[in-house]
Design a binder for this molecule. Structure first.
Ligand code: EPU
Length: 329
């Protein structure tokens, strides 16, 4: 007989059953992937993600995979689709807040060298989605190609920069893109001229449904010293105006071009505001830093506190720029 004092036992039992079914699904996918994928593909279970993000918070991924080729990536997507397992693409984790419960399903990273190549042919720079923006900027400089210096200061990979049309120093990623190569969630590869890819401030909607594999970027021939001096200027500006503690870069999109979120939060006196070890940077108020032991929940609580102040005192609805994923603990 059921205990009359137990409140709502069914939802608890249902959630235990759902968790067991999910664990079984993950075990099945893990086994399928081990059979199908070549040995140079990294496949791990319960992979901690905090160390794979610049903010250094968040729980584990059920499955973490680094495919070693386009085919291995397509096979992973196919198996995930057949088994109904969600797939999340992780770049260098520099614009990412993973909740403390981690990410259910597969986390895919294009960190394998296959996806990180950078080749320069005249003014065309072909780079893989896993290539670091900093490396692209320096390779372009060495080849006497200007226009990509702004990449030096963005701590991410090309794939992430394409997905969110990342920008710095007045330039956007797609300003430099000539051609985009991506894969659909069913494994088909598409190559598109950049003019056919709609982009917005901090967004490339196509890459919400497709996975960036790489791009052809166009530089402009220039004197290497002029490129270096611009790069140094950008780097100095960044060192003096942005914090070097762990963060996910800017937390909010600028609500208007004439109203930078950083200035707004600064004017509201929020620099130094804290929840646990999460703090509004005292260098740049749109950066939320992890002083050491912050949890994702602390950063999220700080985000909500700051949004409420902007809403109540200035009537401004702030939208997060940092991508927030995963489940609460
Ligand atoms: N400001 C303040 N107080 C602050 C921060 C900024 O008064 O605490 C003022 C600055 O003095 C300046 C204005 O706000 O007058 C704008 O600041 P900044 O030049 O730092 O640019 P931003 O709009 O805050 C944008 C990008 C950054 C990028 C920088 C540098 C967004 C949301 N942010 O910041 O991108 O690095 O320009 O080009 O568009 C990111 O995307 O994660 C990111 C950090």
């Amino acid at each position: 007989m059921k205990n009359p004092l137990r409140l709502s036992p069914e939802p608890v039992e249902a959630s235990i059953e759902a968790a067991a079914a999910h664990a079984e699904d993950i075990s099945n996918v893990f086994r399928d992937l081990q059979i199908v994928l070549p040995p140079d593909t990294v496949i791990r279970r319960d992979e901690p993600l905090a160390r794979r993000t610049t903010l250094r918070v968040g729980g584990p991924a059920d499955l973490y995979i680094e495919p070693g080729s386009d085919n291995a990536l397509a096979s992973t997507l196919e198996i995930a689709h057949l088994r109904g397992i969600p797939v999340f693409i992780l770049g260098r984790g520099s614009n990412l807040l993973v909740r403390d419960g981690g990410i259910r399903g597969i986390v895919l990273s294009l960190a394998h060298p296959h996806f990180s190549r950078i080749e320069i042919d005249g003014e065309r720079i072909t780079a893989g989605a896993g290539a670091r923006l900093k490396n692209i900027a320096h390779e372009a400089r060495r080849a006497g190609m200007g226009g990509l210096e702004f990449f030096e200061g963005i701590p991410g990979s090309l794939g992430g920069a394409l997905r969110m049309n990342a920008g710095a120093m007045g330039a956007w990623t797609f300003d430099a893109v000539e051609e985009l190569r991506c894969m659909s969630r069913s494994g088909a590869i598409l190559t598109l001229p950049a003019r056919e890819v709609p982009v917005e401030y901090r967004a490339c909607p196509l890459l919400q449904t497709h996975i960036a594999l790489g791009a052809v970027l166009r530089g402009r021939p220039e004197d290497a010293d002029a490129i270096r001096s611009r790069m140094d200027q950008f780097s100095n500006k960044r060192w003096t105006s942005q914090p070097n503690q762990p963060s996910a870069g800017c937390t909010f999109k600028n609500p208007q071009p004439t109203l930078p979120a950083g200035r707004l939060l600064d004017e509201l006196g929020l620099k130094g505001a804290r929840v646990g070890d999460a703090m509004v940077s005292d260098v740049h108020a749109n950066f939320f830093v992890n002083l050491g032991q912050a949890k994702a929940a602390d950063i999220l609580a700080l985000i909500e506190r700051v949004r409420a102040r902007a809403r109540e005192e200035r009537g401004v609805e702030l939208e997060t720029e940092v991508e927030i994923v995963g489940e609460d603990a």
